[in-house]
Each structure stands twice: as structure tokens, then as C-alpha cells.
Design a binder for this molecule. Structure first.
Ligand code: AMP
Length: 370
């Protein structure tokens, strides 16, 4: 993955694939024009690399010149086509002209070119393009030579840019539209999920959703959900799946612009994990990693009892409730390790040590995901 300005791009076409397409176009043109000396006219800036390689692959007499037009601004076609440099009429009069484009998408630029050359006194003209997006092309002109047909993706490299960057890449990259990171923080009560989530959310610009916190917020505000959840939480039991899953979905829906989520304390059952996967896939999202914070029960019990003194959480103050939460974890939550392992997404880090060292351990895992 590469980053240009604010966007990420992932590999799309290799140098080899591109050069094979260039050679194909050169051979087709040669077939038609080898007995005369055509004038290749590259459309700047995007076509410069294609023109260079095309001419190297064209083993017959030819001339070359350039025009400069522009219809792109940022990521989408603006529809504004300007002619900045013109080819002098004298140099192409009576000649066969082959216009060289890097990419043809809507066809607006092409229309302008066809208009320009139809009104000149060339012998004939043809259009060659390295990339062609048939799904968005709305022009009438039938393109004569096409290197590679591509879907409507935003691409950079091999002459094509994103706000002027990326033209020098040998390969072609496509915009990585799914550069979200969604993490599950996994571990027993007291493992440090909430503490670490607070650092990670800053570091990676993620939205932190703690189902325990949402329940406590509801309890504090005396909502219907709060009243329902309290009866389970007070005993150290899990709140029923249906209630928890719906609440989680709502929390995700509240953040349509998030660049990713940290799920803390969710999922805690296989049914929740399955519901989460199904829900995310409807939004073209997925869990990238589940990271477990590993610590032994005795350390955790001490941490929770200490936390209970300051947090006022009744479920942290009573060792029998804590033990019950561990039992719930062992029975219902621990099987999720196998669930995420099967998807190749399960990671474990040592959850004992300095808080910042543990954050570093987590970051190392997250950085391998990008
Ligand atoms: P936590 O703050 O994550 O330790 O959660 C406190 C309590 O909230 C748990 O002991 C459960 O009773 C309830 N809870 C939190 N998350 C879930 C969940 N995903 N499923 C069921 N109950 C939950």
C-alpha cells in the first residue's frame, strides 16, 4: 500500500502487465501504419510514459508531438476541458495522426480531441489509449486501439496522478477505498481493554465502543435498556445477546464517518461475533484483527478489586461477582478465540507490564494490518 497526499492506494497492475498492453497497442498500430510515417500525438501530462514506451515498442518510422488538455481536478472528472498547447496545423497537414491517451473514461476529453482533429486537415486520425473504462464511457467515437479495459476505479501511476503525485510509479495503483481498521479488543475483565482502547483510538483515529460503558451510561440515565441490563450486570452475568447486539449496531450507526472502530467488550459470545460479521458485511466493512490482552486470573482479580475502590462499580467490588464474570468468560467468550483463529485474525499480546509498553505491543500488531 502507498500513500499519496491523504489517500491510500494498493497495487493494481504490474509493470509487466502494463508493458504487455503497450506492446499489443504498438503491434496493432504497426499493422495499420508500418508503410507510412504516422505522427503520434501524446496528450499531456498523463500519457508521457505510455508515449515513451509505445514508441520504443513501435519499430517503424514515426514522429512524435504533444498536446496538453486537462479535465481532472482531484479524484473526479470535472468536465472542464481546456486546450493549453496546440499542435501547429502545418506539422500535421496531410498526415496520419495517432492520438495517444493514457486513460479514457467519460470521453469528454476525447470529444474535444476528435473535434480538434476533425477540423484540421490531417489525412486521417486514430485514437489509442492505454486504459479504457467502458462502463463510464459515454462518447460516440469508437476508440481505435485499447491497451487494457478497466472498471471505473481511480488509478494512479505510470503517468497518471492523484493531485500531481504518483506519475513516476512504474506500476498502476488503485484507490484503496477500504482503508478502515476495525479491531476487537479481547480479554477477561480487567485485562486492560478500556485503558488500551483509549490510547489506540487517539493513535489510529478510531471510534471506541465499549458495550460495558454504554450499559453503564444507560443505567446512570435510568433508561429502559439500563434497567434491563442492570439486573444481569449486578450478578456478573452477560446481558442477553439480542439486547447487546441491537445496542452495538446502533452505536456503529451513530458514527457513519468513523475511519474505524475499536470494539471493547464485544463480541462476548459466538452469536455476537456472527452478528457482528454479518452486520459489518452489509456495510462493506470487516473486522481486521482481534487482539487478546493476556493476563492471569490472580493479577486480574487484584486489578479489578483496586479499580472497584475508585470506580464505584459494584461488579468490581465483590470477588464472587468477579469470579462469576470469569466463568461467563471461560464458557461463552473464550470460544471466540477459535472463531477468529479460523479467520486468521486472532492475535495475542502480553497484557502484563507498563501501560505504555502494552500499547506498543498492540501497535505492532495493528501496524502489520495496514
Ligand atoms: P465490561 O465493562 O466490559 O466489563 O462490562 C460490564 C458488564 O456489562 C458485563 O459483565 C456484562 O454484564 C455487560 N456486558 C458488556 N458487554 C457485553 C456483551 N458484549 N454481552 C453481554 N453483556 C455485556
Amino acid at each position: 500500500m502507498i500513500k499519496l497526499h491523504d489517500k491510500y492506494f494498493r497495487p493494481y497492475l504490474t509493470e509487466q502487465e502494463i508493458l504487455a498492453a503497450v506492446k499489443k497497442v504498438a503491434d496493432q498500430i504497426a499493422e495499420d501504419y508500418k508503410d507510412e510515417t504516422p505522427v503520434f500525438i501524446g496528450v499531456l501530462n498523463g500519457s508521457f510514459m505510455f508515449v515513451a514506451d509505445l514508441l520504443k515498442a513501435y519499430e517503424h518510422n514515426c514522429e512524435v508531438s504533444f498536446v496538453r488538455l486537462s479535465s481532472y481536478s482531484g479524484l473526479s472528472s470535472t468536465g472542464i476541458v481546456e486546450t493549453l498547447i496546440d499542435v501547429s496545423d502545418a506539422s500535421i497537414e496531410g498526415r496520419s495522426v495517432i492520438i495517444i491517451e493514457d486513460v479514457i473514461d467519460t470521453g469528454r476529453t476525447l470529444k474535444q480531441l476528435v473535434h480538434m482533429f476533425s477540423n484540421s486537415n490531417v489525412k486521417d486520425f486514430k485514437i489509442a489509449t492505454l486504459f479504457y473504462k467502458p462502463s463510464v464511457y459515454s462518447g460516440e467515437y469508437n476508440i481505435d486501439y485499447v491497451g487494457i479495459e478497466i472498471p471505473n476505479k481511480f488509478i494512479v501511476g505510470y503517468g497518471l496522478d492523484y493531485n500531481e503525485l504518483g506519475r513516476n510509479l512504474k506500476e498502476v495503483y488503485q484507490l484503496n477505498q477500504n482503508n478502515m481498521i476495525n479491531l476487537v479488543l479481547f480479554g477477561k475483565p480487567g485485562a486492560g481493554k478500556g485503558t488500551q482502547a483509549n490510547f489506540l483510538k487517539e493513535q489510529y483515529n478510531l471510534k471506541h465502543i465499549s458495550t460495558g460503558d454504554v450499559f453503564r451510561f444507560n443505567i446512570k440515565n435510568g433508561t429502559e435498556l439500563g434497567v434491563l441490563a442492570k439486573s444481569f450486570i449486578d450478578k456478573g452475568e452477560l446481558v442477553p445477546d439480542e439486547v447487546t447486539i441491537n445496542m452495538l449496531k446502533e452505536e456503529v450507526e451513530k458514527n457513519p464517518d468513523a475511519s474505524g472502530f475499536i470494539f471493547d467488550g464485544f463480541p462476548r459470545t459466538t452469536a455476537q461475533a456472527e452478528a457482528l460479521d454479518n452486520f459489518l458485511s452489509t456495510k462493506d466493512m470487516k473486522i481486521d484483527a482481534t487482539i487478546a490482552l493476556d493476563a492471569n486470573d490472580e493479577v486480574l482479580i487484584q486489578r479489578l478489586l483496586e479499580r472497584g475502590k475508585v470506580s464505584g462499580r459494584s461488579d468490581d467490588q465483590d470477588e464472587s461477582k468477579i469470579r462469576n464474570r470469569f466463568d461467563e468468560y471461560n464458557q461463552k467468550t473464550a470460544p471466540l478465540q477459535a472463531y477468529y483463529d479460523k479467520q486468521g485474525k486472532f492475535h495475542t499480546v502480553n497484557g502484563i507490564g507498563e501501560i505504555k509498553d502494552i500499547t506498543t505491543r498492540l501497535s505492532k500488531v495493528i501496524d502489520t494490518l495496514k
